[in-house]
Ligand binder design. Structure first.
Ligand code: PLP
Length: 445
């Protein structure tokens, strides 16, 4: 059977111009092991983007697979209103060891966008039920990404995904996000005082009183092109939120679970958000699961006699699914047993050294920025002026196609190449993927 033709007969792939598949049909993957994926012809692909940033501890990790198998023989699903089960309770207990102070109530969903929707609704309803009915707005950073459902898309700011839908989106107020690569204040992210916070102060000054929550991707604006900003900026946002009685929602869907070198990006700033959204790494990339974790204070505003109508009437069929919870528990067991978080600082530095030594000298590399294992290589036409390539050249996409031939999955964001490998990557793999990516770049430019 020609699986590629059969695929295109039926399947409308996510986030794709399907016409591109005429020249680059979908690759049919049969199995995965660690950082490697194998297609039906046996060709190996190095998955250095963790399959949309969710594969955390390698493909087909034996310990997660075992947990999933065992759970599937006991209980695959149960309605989560009025019923519960041990795996999901255990998961909350375990997560309490890692979460920033104050976060203690877990509301589950089955994908990141839904967790964002929950957070937004929860925040609005909290204010409504505590006498702040004028707080009907949300604020978000420019260039943010929070998912694809209408609420999440409204909070996001990337025209690539949102432009066409603007007539039907919420009117979310924007704060000009830090742009550390092209800092308008002429500062450098390693030693600035976040002078750009003035942009946030302006937005708060105008909209703070009417705003229920500010939503951010802490430290790393992933989809915007792996833009990285300093922890101090989050501290300052926290202060503004406190001043204006605005919730801080931390979208840690991409940054959580060690991706930034600590369990959560908020940990770098020592900041506790009012609501934290988790997904992607939560189950190691095994099962769809997400959570909006919040404080006792927010929870209390919904807690009352049934007839008062103050409950959070939000549900997802697969909320708190036992199979997903079993995987999530296995992930946290591996974190503990293998001391994953302790191993990160040294290995993160090593990887960054390997990436920057290779790429930094290239005449079209404007910056190699990193946080955790995430290393982003921003391609520019002119290194001095940081002038980008013409978008129509699709330079990043050309590199992507070259890399694929070599068995490397890069999937750049525009002209930003990046690595976001599983946390189990070996030193040998680090060298190999960096060499392959560099070859792909040289062949393109
Ligand atoms: C992936 C992502 C989402 C959306 O999660 P989905 O599961 O794809 O709906 C939201 N926010 C961030 C930061 C993400 O990276």
């Amino acid at each position: 059977m020609d699986w590629q033709t059969e695929d295109l007969k039926y399947i409308w792939h996510p986030c794709s111009q399907m016409k591109d598949y005429e020249t680059l049909p979908p690759i049919v993957i049969e199995r995965g092991e660690g950082i490697n994926l194998y297609d039906i012809n046996g060709k190996c692909y190095k998955d250095v983007i963790s399959s949309w940033w969710c594969n955390l501890l390698g493909h087909c990790n034996p310990r997660i697979t075992k947990a999933l198998k065992e759970q599937s023989e006991k209980l695959e699903h149960v309605i989560f209103a009025n019923f519960t089960h041990k795996p999901v309770i255990t998961l909350c207990q375990k997560l309490m060891n890692y979460l920033p102070k104050g976060l203690c109530k877990f509301n589950f969903a089955d994908n990141g966008s839904s967790a964002i929707e929950m957070a937004l609704k929860m925040s609005f309803q909290y204010h409504y039920q505590t006498g702040n009915k004028k707080k009907k707005r949300f604020m978000a950073l420019s260039d943010g990404y929070h998912g694809e459902t209408l609420g999440a898309l409204s909070a996001g700011a990337l025209d690539l995904y949102a432009e066409i839908y603007k007539p039907i989106l919420l009117d979310v107020k924007r704060i000009n996000a830090p742009d550390c690569f092209r800092c308008p204040y002429g500062k450098c992210r390693n030693n600035c005082n976040c002078e750009c916070i003035i942009e946030a102060e302006k937005t708060f000054d105008t909209w703070g009183e009417e705003t229920a929550a500010l939503i951010i991707e802490p430290l790393l604006q992933g989809s915007a092109g792996m833009r990285i900003y300093p922890p101090l900026y989050i501290k300052k946002l926290r202060e503004l939120c406190d001043k204006y009685n605005v919730h801080l929602i931390a979208d840690e869907i991409a940054t959580g679970y060690g991706r930034t070198g600590k369990m959560f990006a908020c940990d770098w700033a020592g900041v506790s958000p009012d609501i934290m959204c988790l997904s992607k790494g939560l189950t190691g990339g095994y099962m769809p699961m997400a959570a909006a974790v919040t404080t006792q204070e927010i929870y209390n505003a919904f807690y009352d006699d049934y007839l008062k109508g103050r409950a959070f009437m939000h549900s997802h069929t697969y909320a708190g699914n036992p199979l997903a919870a079993a995987c999530a528990n296995a992930v946290l067991d591996i974190f503990k047993e293998d001391q994953i978080l302790d191993s990160l600082p040294m290995r993160n530095s090593l990887f960054h050294k390997i990436v920057s030594e290779k790429f930094l000298q290239h005449k079209n590399v404007g910056e190699v920025r990193h946080i955790g294992f995430i290393n982003a290589i921003e391609l520019v036409k002119n290194k001095e002026t940081k002038e980008p390539f013409e978008a129509a050249l699709r330079t990043g996409y050309q590199v992507y196609k070259k890399a694929l031939k070599k068995g490397l999955i890069l999937r750049p964001l525009g002209d930003v190449l990046y690595f976001n490998p599983p946390l189990i990557i070996t030193e040998e793999d680090m060298h190999e993927i960096v060499n392959l990516a560099f070859e792909a770049l040289e062949e393109t430019i």
